[in-house]
Design a protein around this ligand. Structure first.
Ligand code: 3PG
Length: 306
């Protein structure tokens, strides 16, 4: 089988080596397309691919139309909002993700971002400490749970809410469940966002939630920029000069936010939550193994477009 690895943001070399080994040892041919400029190059490369591994690369209906032999796309990572699932299903293409494989890297970044903002982006201005504060975890999946564990170890009180996880399970995992997202924001000095971008969540974090946070709060977004209502965020930062926002993907209005709010806002230049060699190896090798299992055993355990 011909397997295309299409990564605008390349995997670490160790991950590419491991992916190749797994796929080639199982008799597959591997084609690597890294740092490609845009959709045209992906459309050309996918023409004879039977399987594809991607990261946040956009797998659109046009890409799928151009891939008549494609049977499976594995998103090496958690979020699959970059893949047009309806188009994939219409083409009979299985879409999978690799849940949990890059979660620790993202969780470490969320904690680092909290401290970075509390210390005024590592400038000499007097900062604050995270110990003894409350952190609210918005969605208690693989990343949220790890952020909770790390925060607890650093002396924070951990609150959490998740529409799909019962309160008892959240409590069993060591966090205090709260009844609603509104309660989480109103009760947390830090909120760490771990919701996926879906029609229900897009634009769901806006003025009311942000301004309900306690004095000096920091909103930490290592999830997706789309879940934030950017106009609402801007107004909230205007009306509440004590609140800070840090994010792993720059909002569209980042230049305006930086100009207005200076050190109270920070966005990474490029999404970097999962950009560690460990996360690349874990997610990349899992993706390669899932492709081998799909072709050899028909395994679709991680399919997300059933
Ligand atoms: C994910 O959904 O797994 C993360 O956002 C990582 O995305 P990336 O592979 O593009 O870094």
């Amino acid at each position: 089988m011909k397997v295309l690895i299409a990564t605008q943001k390349p995997f670490a070399a160790a991950a590419v080596k491991g992916i190749r080994e797994i796929l080639e040892n199982a008799g597959n041919e591997v084609v690597l397309l890294e740092k490609y400029p845009g959709e045209d190059e992906l459309v050309a490369a996918v023409a004879d691919a039977e399987a594809m591994i991607v990261r946040s690369d956009k797998v659109t209906a046009r890409v799928l139309d151009a891939a008549p032999k494609l049977k499976i796309v594995v998103r090496a990572g958690a979020g699959f909002d970059n893949v047009d699932l309806a188009a994939a299903t219409a083409h009979g293409v299985v879409v999978e993700n690799t849940p949990g494989q890059n979660s620790n890297a993202v969780a470490e970044l969320a904690i680092a971002m909290m401290i970075f903002m509390c210390r005024n982006q590592f400038t000499p201005a007097t900062g604050s400490e995270i110990q003894g504060k409350r952190i609210g975890i918005q969605a208690f999946g693989n990343v949220g749970r790890l952020v909770g564990k790390k925060a607890e170890a650093l002396g924070l009180k951990v609150l959490a809410v998740d529409p799909f996880i019962p309160a008892e399970k959240i409590a069993e995992a060591g966090a205090q469940p709260v009844g609603s997202v509104a309660e989480l924001y109103a009760s947390s000095d830090f909120v760490s966002v771990h919701i996926p971008a879906t029609p229900e969540t897009i634009g769901s974090i806006g003025y009311d939630l942000i301004t309900s946070m306690p004095k000096g709060a920091v909103l930490v977004n290592t999830a997706r920029k789309e879940v934030i209502d950017e106009a609402g965020l801007e107004k909230a930062l205007e009306d509440r000069p004590d609140i800070k926002y840090v994010t792993d993907v720059a909002p569209d209005n980042y230049a305006a936010l930086q100009e207005k709010f200076g050190l109270r806002v920070f966005a990474t230049p490029k999404k970097m939550g999962a950009q560690t060699s460990e996360a690349n190896v874990n997610a990349g090798l899992a993706a390669a193994r899932q492709i081998v299992a799909f072709f050899t055993e028909g395994c679709t355990r991680f399919q997300v477009n059933r």
